[in-house]
Design a protein around this ligand. Structure first.
Ligand code: APR
Length: 269
């Protein structure tokens, strides 16, 4: 593993525009379950509950489920804290190596760890949005109104429109700004880190294909507990294991390499 860590650190240290694509696997070490691993969320909650059609059929039912999942700790995003993997990526951004994170996660943990250039490809579950006037408010406000029994179906305080979590439900399009930003980053990308995603959900899973098919193709490095559905088509370097452990080792290696370079540079001057 040490040799691969070195190889990946070299790739990153010499990259011009390294981009990261993350999925639920990067947040499991923060206590948030992923979706499709054994014991993942979809093994106990029907993913259809997160489809826009079912939400619109019975929004009250969805919000009750949301409160239950939060209370059971199964999907309590607000109290989750970033883990070593999130912090390693934030530090690689501060070093100017990671240029952008495209995340499928709706947990706000990259931003909480200090990452700045984050594309919320599937939105953010810590916000609620009005489906009529698009006003956004913290979802915690909505949860309090529901908990206090003020409302069964949360309504916008400005226009009375229906509120939903500001996340992309199944059957909804990806936000145009997120789509545009991820396409721009994919075109510029020379190294793509794919972390904690099974690459089964499109269009996010299209991103590794896009960076592979462009010229010159980017190098794709995958960090996962098990190989993604597309590793045979897109992955150049596959690292199986904990994202927290692997990214911490990669970060330490990159930092060491850059310090050595600096020392040699000052030695030459
Ligand atoms: N370290 C590294 N990889 C991990 C870890 C970990 N600690 N824990 C889990 N994984 C890996 C699993 O091996 C799996 O490949 O993370 C991946 C998680 O895959 P999914 O559960 O399918 O999650 P994701 O790919 O993010 O799902 C995509 O589907 O359900 C929708 O909208 C939801 O954004 C989500 C999308």
């Amino acid at each position: 593993m040490e040799t691969i860590i070195q190889e990946v650190a070299d790739c990153l240290a010499t990259s011009v525009n390294a981009v990261v694509l993350t999925g639920a696997g990067i947040s499991t070490e923060s206590g948030i379950p992923d979706f499709r691993s054994p014991g993942g969320l979809w093994s106990r909650v029907d993913p259809g509950e997160f489809s826009i059609d079912r939400f619109l059929q019975n929004p009250g039912r969805f919000w009750r489920l949301h409160l239950q999942m939060k209370a059971s700790g199964d999907f309590d995003l607000a109290s989750a804290e970033p883990n070593a993997a999130h912090f390693a990526l934030a530090k690689l951004e501060q070093m100017g190596i990671v240029k952008c994170i495209i995340t499928q996660n709706v947990d706000n943990l990259h931003q909480k760890a200090g990452s700045v250039e984050v594309v919320e490809f599937h939105g953010n579950f810590l916000r609620a949005i009005c489906m009529k006037c698009k006003m956004v408010e913290p979802i915690s406000n909505v949860e309090s109104r529901l908990d206090n029994g003020d409302e069964d179906v949360p309504r916008c305080t400005r226009c009375g429109g229906l509120l939903k979590p500001d996340a992309v439900f199944f059957g909804e399009p990806i936000g145009s700004k997120s789509l545009m930003m991820s396409q721009v980053q994919s075109q510029k990308c020379d190294v793509l880190l794919v972390i904690g995603t099974s690459l089964q959900v499109f269009p996010a899973a299209q991103i590794p294909l896009t960076v592979k098919l462009k010229y010159p193709p980017a190098k794709v490095i995958e960090i996962n507990m098990e190989p993604s559905a597309m590793h045979k088509q897109v992955t150049d370097i596959l690292m199986l294991g904990s994202a927290g452990e692997i990214l911490t080792r990669v970060f330490n290696c990159v930092q060491e390499r850059i310090l050595q370079q600096g020392a040699m540079q000052s030695g030459r001057n």
